[in-house]
Design a binder for this molecule. Sequence first.
Ligand code: SF4
Length: 339
Amino acid sequence: MTPSLLAHRGPETPAFTGRLGEIYAKMARVVPAMEWPFFAPDVAAITELKRQRNAIVLAHNYQTPEIYHGVADIVGDSLALARAAAKTKAEAILLAGVHFMAETAKLLNPGKTVLIPDPKAGCSLAASITGADVRLLRERYPGVPVVTYVNTSAEVKAESDICCTSGNAVAVVESLGAPKVIFLPDEYLALNVAKQTAVEIVAWKGHCEVHERFTAADIRGFRESHPDVIVLAHPECPPEVIAEADFTGSTAGMSDYVATRRPKRVVLVTECSMSDNLAAEHPEVDFVRPCNLCPHMKRITLAKIRRSLETMRHEVTIEPAVAARARQAVERMLAVGRR
Ligand code: SF4
């Protein structure tokens, strides 16, 4: 890099002063100063586009720090984003996350424009099951209610009685008052729920391609190299991983654990960016960083968010008859949270 370019990116430049400087301060622990001048123009443009379009950006916990801390209005897990989508007064919602999250936002805001910056941002769990699969399960288990994880398409939600997230799965299952439920599509989350309730669970064999790769040996390795480490695992991890963890919870649950208990050293057994985003907020905590990236989440970039708000593409649409039934399943879930 030439000296003039280095000088151009120095701390006195616009990227490090005023509002942009304040935004950078939120992520300075995890985004090197050298990289910020590349992100800052997109952050400035997105901030202005949000104002012009009366739009908000909802970002999942697995988004990279320059998105999560730089342009998001609301951050959180699937449940938090669904709740925020249900309440917003903005005219447009941009979902910095994967496609099923944008669909959920659209279900709860049928009259609003919902954008996904890259429509190919999918999910291995959502891809593991179709509406036809759910209908076949209903034939096989007549009268047994279907609980569907929000990580599914609107078509699958439409075939379900109620949705859930990893944060409220046990409460949702028990809310039905049934002795047996079909729980779709994450097999490991289903096993994890089954351990916490007397309700009999019928599972499907869907897996998250990020969490299924963690092993019990990984956890033992973290403990050998960092004997004081506290291990927090996501319930989409295999049961042997959960058995080795100190705490199991959704991304919101992990975030709360770190914020309230302030462990000296922690490892989050989940997607990489979650640790980066929390590390930016908790300088006193040492984060050991195992790294399994979600390729779908990483399709979303600042440049794509900017382009999406400039062009108002890609707009999420759902066939009205499917949307009406899927919406019921999501709204029933949100009602459980309010009880
Ligand atoms: S982390 Fe797993 S569950 Fe989440 S979007 Fe990626 S593949 Fe789907």
